[in-house]
Design a protein around this ligand. Structure first.
Ligand SMILES: Cc1cc2nc3c(=O)[nH]c(=O)nc-3n(C[C@H](O)[C@H](O)[C@H](O)COP(=O)(O)OP(=O)(O)OC[C@H]3O[C@@H](n4cnc5c(N)ncnc54)[C@H](O)[C@@H]3O)c2cc1C
Length: 529
């Protein structure tokens, strides 16, 4: 079968991918490929909001400074300035599309304040900002000519000039995508490809991320020869609901702010033993303390108790948490909530410049997949949605500026599956998924040691060999593609963590507890370039 040809291929239908598609659509034929439904991804799950300097008295310099402090010496100043200064325009763009942001009064946005921000600068749509933004973007993109939306299409691999043995400069020519509706792999061809595949939280046993967050874009870019940066910096949210039927439900940090106490299963309080600020310590300190308690006492979870507050107070302040817990049989007005920390945000990713360009000509990375330099060693709350939008526009502008739409792309070979058979042992995939996520949680989670990282590296090598063999011999399916990518990302996280011989930001090593000078990013260079 021939390739399907477009001007731009965008992988991912989150905020980053859809924003880029809308900027490009007036002049370019765009395909948005997404591996599940269009709304599946982290963007729709964002609760808090979007950071932008809009309040009187607030300044770009102040937002930049707050971001640099959170990033613990590793933020790139130019990327930080670009995002901060582009944020107000990004908000106005969303408003013109019709996103119903919460207002103080008609025409004046309500701004909240979040940890780490020195001013009120969080634009939001009640407590479901991501859902409101995602809904509006999807409605707009569906009504936009020139954008072809392809659901159930999973990126398998990028097609590069090097892989085809073509002479001349390295560049991305298109990709293979697995179409789940027909069980076939299609070839897509374009002079420009944008990776907007989100983060990699699913590499850990507990995560706040949706099932789509398997690091596919990072792994594919790495295989294609792109450098990857700062993968050791994984942000953990301290309190995710622990319940077999509740996947990825966050218990807001505001519960601790309103007096919630963290308890061991025997009812004893432990935070005062870890930090004098107790439950009000910063989120990484709290996450580390919970991790310590769970690992030391062999606990499945700890408990967060807010039952001293009245039912009326809890209904007024935490209606969603109250309702969700009640559905699962937990009455938070009378009993504590079981919680675990959960992988929340991937700070590192595919290294890009200020226009989202990667090492490979014709390949861009935006959103959580990218490492633009904004987050450094720790992400400041509500800085990620805005990064998606600012870099989507920058990448689109760079693509729009290419004369003639880009260099001609040669014919691409069809996917060859003549030598593979149907997998008879699908249990291998599910078993390896579980094993990987558990040892990454145990050995490469919130607190790391050299020994644990070594153990993880050893297991990853075994899994890579097994999965590589499986991939070479059997027809692809989404689970297998995701597992292959997760193992690749796990390797990148472990290698980055092993290189960082200090504790900084989100990376904490018991063997290297001090912060070293000078601060430097962790840059991994792929074997094939
Ligand atoms: C619970 C939660 C709350 C959050 N709250 C906030 C907040 O308040 N403020 C804030 O700034 N940030 C928040 N974040 C972070 C923020 O939501 C994400 O960083 C952001 O949405 C990432 O957007 P994205 O477009 O890069 O990726 P996503 O929105 O995750 O989209 C990725 C897309 O790529 C697709 N995809 C992935 N792999 C493939 C593949 N192989 N082939 C085809 N398609 C693929 C997915 O299906 C999906 O469509 C939160 C995150 C979570 C999980």
């Amino acid at each position: 079968m021939q390739s399907q040809d477009f001007d731009v291929l965008i992988i991912g239908s989150g905020l980053a991918g859809l924003s880029a598609a809308l900027h490009l659509a007036p002049t370019h034929r765009v395909a948005v490929l997404t591996k599940r439904g269009l709304a599946d991804g982290a963007s729709g799950w964002a609760q808090g909001g979007i950071a932008a300097v809009l309040a009187e008295g607030d300044t770009f310099d102040a937002h930049v400074q707050d971001t640099l402090v959170a990033g613990a010496g590793l933020c790139d100043l130019a990327a930080t300035r670009a995002v901060v200064e582009g944020a107000p325009q990004a908000i106005r763009w969303l408003q013109t599309l019709g996103v119903p942001f919460s207002e103080e009064e008609a025409g004046r946005l309500h701004l909240t304040r979040e940890g780490g921000h020195g001013a009120r600068r969080i634009v939001h749509a009640t407590d479901a900002t991501g859902a409101a933004v995602q809904r509006t973007l999807l409605e707009t993109v569906r009504a936009t000519p020139n954008v072809t939306l392809l659901e159930q299409h999973t990126l398998v691999d990028l097609i590069t000039a090097r892989k085809l043995g073509l002479p001349g400069p390295q560049r991305c020519l298109g990709l293979y995508a697995f179409d789940e509706t027909t069980d076939t792999v299609h070839t897509f061809r374009a002079p420009h490809t944008v990776l907007a595949t989100g983060g990699a939280g699913k590499v850990y046993l507990y995560t706040s991320n949706p099932d789509t967050a398997t690091g596919d874009g990072i792994a594919a870019a790495w295989r294609a020869g792109c450098r990857v940066q700062n993968m050791e910096f994984i942000q953990f949210h301290p309190t995710c609901l622990y319940h077999p039927q509740a996947k990825s439900f966050l218990i807001s940090e505001a519960v601790r702010g309103e007096g919630g106490r963290l308890l061991r299963p025997d009812g004893t309080r432990f935070m005062p033993e870890h930090d004098e600020r107790a439950e009000l310590a910063p989120r990484d300190v709290v996450a580390r303390a919970i991790d310590y308690e769970m690992k030391t006492h062999g606990l499945d979870c700890v408990h967060l108790d807010i039952s001293h507050q009245s039912p009326e107070f809890l209904q007024a302040h935490f209606p969603t948490i109250l309702a969700r817990c009640a559905e699962l049989g937990i009455d938070i007005t009378r009993e504590p909530i079981p919680v675990v920390p959960a992988a929340h945000y991937t700070c590192g990713g595919v290294l890009t410049d200020l226009a989202g360009r990667t090492d490979l000509a014709g390949l861009y990375a935006i959103g959580e997949t990218a490492c633009t330099g904004l987050h450094g060693a720790n992400r400041l709350a509500s800085n990620s949605l805005v990064e998606c939008m600012v870099f989507a526009r920058a990448a689109a502008d760079a693509i729009l500026a290419v004369p003639g739409g880009g260099a001609a792309v040669p014919d691409l070979p069809a996917w060859d599956d003549s030598r593979v058979t149907d997998a008879d042992e699908r249990v291998v995939i599910s078993h390896n998924w579980d094993e990987l996520r558990r040892f990454m949680w145990d050995y490469v989670g919130i607190v790391r040691t050299d020994k644990r990282l070594e153990r993880a590296a050893h297991r990853i090598a075994l899994l890579q060999a097994e999965i590589g063999e499986f991939y070479a011999n059997f027809h692809v399916c989404r689970d297998l593609l995701e597992l292959r990518n997760l193992v690749q990302v796990a390797e990148l996280i472990v290698r980055s963590a092993q290189q960082r011989r200090e504790s900084r930001g989100l990376h904490y090593s018991r063997d290297w507890p001090a912060m070293a000078a000078p601060a430097a990013p962790t840059l991994l260079v792929p074997p094939v370039r």
